[in-house]
Design a protein around this ligand. Structure first.
Ligand code: NAI
Length: 259
């Protein structure tokens, strides 16, 4: 059909590597991107879970492949990138999603251990994945990197200082690389999810979730993983070619609410 506009809103056949893709927002992103025709590389810690996800997505006739990847292990990062390139011929899209949360007070005796663990998964891993995947993303016609931060990257909650600091760091990393890599045509953007129903929040009792959402979220509810995945997809479209260094809250209005 003849079109009046020029830019494509399709990620059909794009090669997308997603970390932490067997649960929550990573899983929703893998499913959504598969629905949109992308060739999705599902990576995560647990091989059985990876196989389950790949089986489910493949049963819908989608192109999908699983690789075991602990994002804190540089050797595994290197081999996941190499395997992806060997199998698919390149990488167009990197979604840095994997995450953990270890609530702790600043004077906890294990604080330094929690700090290191948190920073290794949330921030250092994003840097290392970008460094390894970059030579290939640079060859893409529409290279896209999306880093998952949090509303904790924009504000702060008590007992979360390692998480909050790392998520602020994700925003700094995103802005810095958006500027540094802009000349190569790659875009680097960042999503800040608010409270979302995922593995990370499943232990919070339903009553507490309701109370929190009523008090803090203008939409009065937790978000669903797919609602974040859809925002991530928007950054990855070829048509989003001039969106770079953006920090997008997907939080039902939590961040802007004052009273
Ligand atoms: P989730 O717990 O459902 O999924 C996180 C995934 O990351 C899991 O599949 C887990 O196996 C994986 N993962 C953890 N450590 C890993 C490692 N070392 N290597 C590879 N994979 C690893 O949680 P959710 O909520 O879907 O988390 C996704 C991202 O969203 C995280 O970066 C999280 O910090 C962020 N986020 C979550 C919010 C929420 O309310 N659920 C709010 C704001 C941000």
């Amino acid at each position: 059909m003849k079109k009046l506009s020029e830019l494509s809103r399709s990620i059909d056949n794009k090669i997308a590597l997603i970390t932490g893709a067997t649960s929550g927002m990573g899983l929703a992103t893998a499913k959504l991107f598969s629905d949109q025709g992308a060739q999705v590389i599902v990576t995560d810690l647990n091989e059985d879970k990876i196989n389950e996800v790949v089986k489910e997505i493949s049963s819908y006739g989608k192109k999908c492949y699983g690789i075991k990847l602990d994002v804190t292990n540089l050797d595994e990062i290197k081999s996941a990138v190499a395997e992806t390139v060997k199998l698919f011929g390149g990488i167009d899209i990197l979604i840095n999603n994997a995450g953990i949360s270890i609530p702790t007070l600043i004077n906890d005796e294990n604080y330094e251990e929690y700090w290191d663990k948190t920073f290794n998964v949330l921030l250092k891993a994003q840097v290392q994945l970008i460094r390894e995947a970059l030579p290939f993303i640079q060859k893409s016609e529409s290279g896209r990197i999306v880093n998952i931060s949090s509303t904790e990257g924009l504000g702060a909650t008590p007992r979360q200082s390692p998480y909050t600091s790392a998520k602020h760091g994700v925003i700094g990393l995103t802005k810095s690389l958006a500027v540094e890599l802009g000349s190569s045509g790659i875009t680097v953007n960042c999503i800040c999810p608010g409270p979302i129903r995922t593995g990370m929040t499943e232990k919070i009792p339903e009553e507490d979730k309701k109370l929190y959402a009523k008090r803090r979220v203008p939409l009065k509810r937790y978000g669903e993983p797919e609602e974040v995945a859809q925002a991530t997809l928007n950054f990855c479209l070829p048509s989003s070619s001039f969106i770079n260094g953006a920090v997008l809250p997907v939080d039902g209005g939590l961040t802007i609410k004052r009273a």
